[in-house]
Structure formats: C-alpha cells, structure tokens
Write a protein that binds this ligand. Sequence first.
Ligand code: NAD
Length: 495
Amino acid sequence: MADLPKADHYINGKWVKPNSGEYLETINPYTAKPWMHIARGNATDADQAVAAAKMAFQNPDWAGLPPTQRGALLRRLGDVIAEHADELARIEVQDNGKLFAEMSMQLKYIPQWYYYFGGLADKIEGAVLPIDKPETFTFTRHEPLGVCVSIVPWNSPLFLTSFKLAPALAAGNTVVIKPSEFTSASALKFIELFEKAGFPPGVVNVVTGFGKEVGEALISHPDVAKVAFTGGSASGRHVYSTAADSLKRVTLELGGKSPNIVFDDADMDNAVKGAISGIFAATGQTCIAGSRLLVQESIHDQFVEKLVALAKTAKMGNPMEMTTQVGPVTTHPQYEKVLGYLDIAKEEGVTCELGGGKATRPECGDGWFVEPTIYTGVRNDMRIAQEEIFGPVLSVIPFKDEEEAIAIGNDVVFGLAAGIWTQSMRRALEVSKRIQAGTVWVNMYRALSYMAPFGGYKESGLGRESGQEAIRNYMQTKTVWISTAEEVSNPFIMK
Ligand code: NAD
C-alpha cells in the first residue's frame, strides 16, 4: 500500500483523511493491478461533507452571488476543465479502462455542460401572476434547494457527474459528490479545478467509499435536499425509498435494455455501423447500449453476416492506444457478471455467431477483456434479452413487421433509449411515437447533448438530465403575495 498514491476526501476546500483511517484499492482494469488508494468513507465523513456544503449554501460568497456571476464561474470552470482535459482523460483511462480516444472526445465536450448551464443561470425568471384577487400583487421566484448529493456509477464518471453538477450549481445549490468506489480517481482530480475556477470552499465536495457506507449516510442525511443518482436498478430503488423517509427530491438514471430496430428498408451498411457502435462502444458498458438488435426477418441473415464481419475487425488492447477500439470491462465483479451471462446464453440455447468468452488475445494481457459477442436465435423472453448485461454482448432478435417490432421493443421493464433504422419518414415518426423510451434515435445511435433532455421511461428512471428542464430539478418555486390594500379587511366577513 505504501508505494501507491493515496487520495483523501475533499471537503470544504481541503483534503481530509477518512475517519475510518482506511483506504480502498482502486484497480487498473487493463493491468488488473491496483494503482492508487481512495479513502473509505463512513457516516462521519458524510456528516462533515454535508455540513461543509450546508455552510457554503449560506455563505454570502456563494449565496450572495448574482446569478450572472454564478454563471460566469461555471463558464470559467468549463475553461479550466478544457485546460486539464488531457490529464483528466489519462486518469480516467487508467482507472476505468475507457478508451483514451473516447475520453479525449468526452473531455472536449464536458465543458459544454458548464457553458450551457452557466448561460442558463441568469435566465430562470419568475412571473408576475395576473392574480384573481383585488389589491394584490403576486409573483413567483425560483430558488435553489440547498445541499444536493450526486451519486455516480463507474461507467462514465466525469460525464455523468457533469450531468448533475452543472444544473445543480447553476441553480445556486451546493453539492456533495459520491463517485463509484471502483472509479473515484478522476473526480478527485476534477475537484481541484473548482478552486482554480474560483468557487468558494465547500460549494463542491467529494467523499469516496462504498455505497452501503458513505453513500447510505448521504441519501438518508436530514440536511440533504436532493439526491441525483445514476446506477443500477436495485440501488436506484433503494435510494428512492430511503430518500423518501425524509421526503428528499430524487432523480434517477437507471439501466436499460434498449432495442435497436432495423427495418428491411434501412440503409444496411449504415445500420450495421449503428448496431456495432450501439453495443461495442465503451465495451457495452453504457446504460444506452443497443443490446437488443431487432432485425426484420427478410434481411436477417444478410444483416447478421455483415454485422459479424465488421465486429470481427474490432481491435482490442491497451485503452491508452489511440488505435484500440474495444477496451476491458471496468471492474472485476462486472467482468464476472458478463461471463456469467455468456454461460446463461449457452443454457438458453442461442447461437453464438461471434465471441462468447474471455478475450485471450496477447494484446489483452492480464486485463478483464470479453470478446465482442453476438448471439442469434434469441427470443425476447430469454434472460439475455430481458436483463441488463452491461458488456459487449449483443442479442439479435428477428421480427416480422412493424407491429411486432414495436411489441418486442416495448416488452421489457426498461425504457431508456431506442434506435430505428428505416428510410420511411412515416415509419420513423410512427415507431418513434410508439416506442416507450426517453430517447429515440432514427438512423443514428448513441448521441447525447447538453441541450437534449435525457432520462428513462418505466424502470429506467425518474426525471431528466441535460436540457433546460434539468435545472428545474434543482430549484423550488416560491409564490409571494403582497397586499396593496390600505386596510386589511374584517377577518369575520368572507369575501
Ligand atoms: P450501482 O448502482 O452499484 O452503483 C452506482 C453508485 O451508487 C455507486 O457510486 C455506488 O457506490 C452507489 N450506491 C450503491 N448502493 C448505494 C446505497 N445503498 N446508497 C447510496 N449509494 C449507493 O451501479 P454501478 O454498478 O456503479 O453502475 C452500473 C449500473 O448503472 C448499470 O446497471 C447501468 O445501467 C447503470 N447506469 C445508468 C445510467 C443512466 O444514465 N441511466 C448511466 C450509467 C449507468
């Protein structure tokens, strides 16, 4: 332990040792070796972080900032992130196994969340109501909530943190971030940038450790007003019910089992590319993975042939190399989980067209790699079609016609995203209307933007992140009534 760097919590603008005195190993998934240690947080650490955020919420240096200046701070933060993009990308690759090529792009894009919500900070206007009472002036104002907790998973740490942080800060709240115990390193570098950008201490804090320990203490803390959570469905349910005890506001971004639907009138080469990026980008570890590929029967065999041919060309290996196209699975438990689903697929009797096991190519070294895997002969009621695998595993499901495609597409508990490949405008509009998903892409897949609301239907979540409406999740409306009457009327006479 002595040789590896050790990171503490970041509370009130300072590095703070964990009260437990304990640290957790964080492992590079490409080498399968620990490379740093993070603080193992507990309820006392959570208390300290929430107290700092509560104090900062009341501090005139933050609370007294006019929204225009708050917005300017956010935009400055965007600039500082851009200046540190390369360093942050390298940390994320080492900690998470994400491709450097993807992280370089992501870090060029992440500042946009801070520019966009920084711009929105001074455009949240209340209204003067044309109220139905005489001699009364009534208006609304939108106020921040207080201390907000951002709980983030391991699959896209800085990106998903920014989805939460940018609107929370633009609205004037203060924040405690709890990154995943598997991938906290980037948040611990990122947090240093707040001081550089000029944020007062305590406005943003980071505590690290297990969900069941420090996370649990945050979601049940009486001084926390709002929890924004991204993660698995089981944890999401638990967060929701725990936060309900103290009636906290909650937004949830949970899992998905998204249908990527290819009709026989689609441009086949484009659809093949869309199907591949839908499942093998980020090694399939994205909530929006197009993990159910629905292909119209009339083109099924030809499509699968092209799909397998392209998937076979995927270059696996060191995620730091710009030419690598599929990296390792981020965590060892997730690696085991994905391999477990490959066994389930065998038991379910599907046909393995590609992959189906650990990747033992020399360029994968000791890393946690799974071969890009494509199954055909999958029925939608099978476990591999219904359960989120969160790895590079694609289930191809044939369908007859539009009605059946929609029925299969919707026959799942999730509703995060969907793809539609067709050249028919009527079909694109009709199917996108009837598919139960928070995001639908037509002739494209996997696009996200700071401007576009993102979130789930059904069990994929509650509320939306990004886009203008996201800031409302971090505000509450106050209605102010002012009498302009010279005399208060007799309280015993009803008017
Ligand atoms: P997870 O639910 O295990 O953990 C997510 C975060 O929640 C971690 O920081 C964890 O420490 C914390 N946590 C866990 N239990 C907690 C508790 N009782 N109290 C407070 N915090 C707790 O998920 P994961 O394994 O890190 O991430 C993978 C999952 O996240 C996948 O299922 C994926 O679909 C989902 N995900 C969804 C989206 C989305 O936007 N919808 C995005 C990314 C990931």
